[in-house]
Design a protein around this ligand. Structure first.
Ligand code: NOJ
Ligand code: CA
Length: 574
């Protein structure tokens, strides 16, 4: 384990600043609040904190539309508040990663304000401007991933600008070296201050095909809309995803991104302390040769299902691990601020609590760096918003208007918006069984509604002292991971691959000689797992059913429904 770098040993924890802790009682999370929760995070046992964007932003995309890359949003505090948070995290042995949005800025960023001011402004070429098509329409038929055309006409100068996301997020022109210089300055600003790295937003879309060819996909907006409306099977979703990717194929995944990532990596490597880059993309190509682009690339395919079955996980691991370049280190996650919460995503409606625990155990025992999303550790669930005025995510607001425009009733449009909006997983962190879940003082209107299930035990204070709570389940697992070399460093070897209901795999650490067996019963049935391994028994290190310390016989391992078993086969060098 000694040879592992800190980010290979670490468990990462994503903080969504707007919803984590409200220090000044205005209904919005902030740095004073986050600072006050560092002891909590330390007690949880996480090692690195990734903050979703904390920069000044008009919040057309909740912070992912940055208007100042070296500032702090006033609602979150000041740069000094940020420094205190950073120092506080470091003092407790936790690292801090920021969210770096390279693809686009806010339309209100001074760079864009200048750029759009005239065709001959020196910053005109910092963004992607094109003349209208001969008929006056957009330069080509490309779509924005968030709906509608990817081109927005700007009357004062008579040209269109390109935006892969919302129209309030114009894409930067990374072919202009000045853009790079300006952004690298911002990167250095934070590295100089001592931040430990970055989660890179939307890297795949940084460059487009310079010929700007039309796409030929037949997928229409209305079909994409229907996909949200009808709860489709994973297979159908995958087929849709493939079509979706085809539609956007000229707009992402260009080879130029790799040169840019190499450059950014070299910049980071100038700094002491092993700073780290995590890429928001599926593509393992962003690992480069394993040591010259990104340190970590999220294994998103793992979470693209509504049921994590043994077969699904095996197939994912087999494919993912075989694709990694030598030396590359996996990175697994089951939730973030863009997706259904772990609890809500993979449950069956009957055993959601048990399934959430099994999936947490999966995330924390697979090979690779796990990334948790705030609130997951207390079993927070999605919140279905009921009223249009509660929506904050423009994706859902746009979808609502589009649906109503297509003749769908406002009630039905609201239900669709509530189901798809990213607001559902962004509600305030539930700290206590108190008004506003203890996030904000009583009577304050929080920026998104608080999930009322804080009153049913889904809150930190109630779970803190309860040895059987979800929170203490996470704490136990995180502590186990930390003291168990095989779970941190070991390889992944699937065993009993024919088993339909349970997932079993070994983690073997060469250095320490330790080998662990992880068995996760992912079904509601009693099962007996029969192993023919060179070891007849295992010492139980972790059990969801109170078997720790017992010796388990591997010729017939009885598993209760959703039982989690982590056992040690060997200990120390042979
Ligand atoms: C990915 C971020 O996670 C998401 O929240 C955002 O809307 C897009 N990138 C655009 O920045
Ligand atoms: Ca606040």
């Amino acid at each position: 384990m000694a040879h592992l770098r800190w980010w290979q040993r670490a468990t990462f924890y994503q903080i969504y600043p707007r919803s984590f802790a409200d220090g000044n009682g205005d209904g919005i999370g902030d740095f004073v609040g986050m600072l006050a929760k560092l002891d909590y995070l330390q007690s949880l046992g996480v090692d690195a904190l990734w903050l979703s964007p904390h920069f000044p932003s008009p919040n057309a995309d909740m912070g992912y539309d940055v208007s100042d890359y070296t500032g702090v949003a006033p609602e979150y505090g000041t740069l000094d508040d940020f420094r205190r948070f950073l120092d506080g995290a470091h003092a407790r042995g936790m690292r801090v990663l920021l969210d770096l949005v390279l693809n686009h800025t806010s339309e209100q960023h001074p760079w864009f304000v200048e750029s759009r001011s005239s065709r001959d402004n020196p910053k005109r070429d910092w963004y992607v401007w094109r003349d209208p098509a001969p008929d006056g329409g957009p330069p080509n038929n490309w779509n924005s991933a968030f709906g509608g055309s990817a081109w927005e006409f700007d009357p004062p100068t008579g040209q269109y600008y390109y935006h892969f996301f919302f129209k309030q997020q114009p894409d930067l022109n990374w072919r202009n070296p000045e853009v790079k210089q300006a952004m690298w300055q911002a990167v250095r600003f934070w590295l100089d201050m001592g931040v430990d790295g970055f989660r890179l937003d939307a890297i795949g879309t940084i460059f487009e095909d310079p010929a700007y060819p039309n796409h030929t996909s037949k997928l229409s907006q209305i079909e994409m809309l229907r996909a949200w409306r009808e709860n489709r099977s994973p297979e159908e979703q995958q087929a849709l995803m493939a079509e979706f990717m085809d539609m956007f194929k000229h707009q992402f995944g260009r080879p130029e991104v790799h040169d840019l990532m190499k450059e950014l990596r070299a910049l980071l490597d100038e700094y002491p302390g092993d700073r780290v880059l995590i890429g928001e993309d599926d593509d393992v190509a962003y690992y480069g040769n394993g040591d010259d682009e990104l340190h970590l690339v999220f294994n998103f395919p793992l979470m693209r299902t509504n049921r994590l079955t043994p077969a699904w996980v095996r197939a994912n691991q087999a494919e993912r691990l075989s694709k990694l370049p030598p030396g590359a280190w996996p990175c697994n996650t089951l939730g973030n601020h863009d997706s259904t919460r772990l609890w809500s995503a993979f449950g069956d409606g009957q055993h959601d609590a048990e399934i959430a625990r099994v999936n947490a155990a999966l995330l924390l025992t697979l090979r690779g760096t796990p990334v948790l999303y705030n609130g997951e550790e207390i079993g927070m669930t999605d919140l279905l918003l009921e009223r249009f005025d509660q929506l904050r995510d423009n994706q859902a607001i746009n979808l609502y208007h589009f649906a109503v425009g297509e003749g769908i009733s406002p009630d039905e449009a609201m239900r669709m918006a509530a189901r798809m909006t990213r607001d559902r997983c962004r509600t305030p962190m539930q700290w206590a069984n108190a008004p506003n879940a203890g996030f904000s003082p009583p009577g304050v209107q929080t920026w998104l509604p608080v999930n009322p299930n804080y009153a049913q035990g889904v809150n930190v204070a109630d779970q803190d002292g309860d040895p059987n709570s979800m929170l203490n389940f996470y704490r136990r697992l995180l502590a186990l991971r930390k003291r168990t070399p095989a779970l941190m460093a070991g390889d992944y070897v699937p065993v009993n691959e024919e088993a339909q209901d349970y997932l079993a795999f070994l983690r073997r650490d060469e250095d320490s000689g330790q080998i662990c067996l992880v068995v996760l019963n992912m079904s509601a049935q009693f099962r007996e797992a029969r192993f023919t391994l060179p070891w007849p028994s295992a010492r139980c290190l972790f059990s969801s059913h109170g078997h720790e310390g017992e010796t388990a016989h591997l010729s017939a391992l009885r598993l209760a429904p959703f039982e989690i078993f982590i056992g040690e086969l060997t200990h120390g060098r042979a």
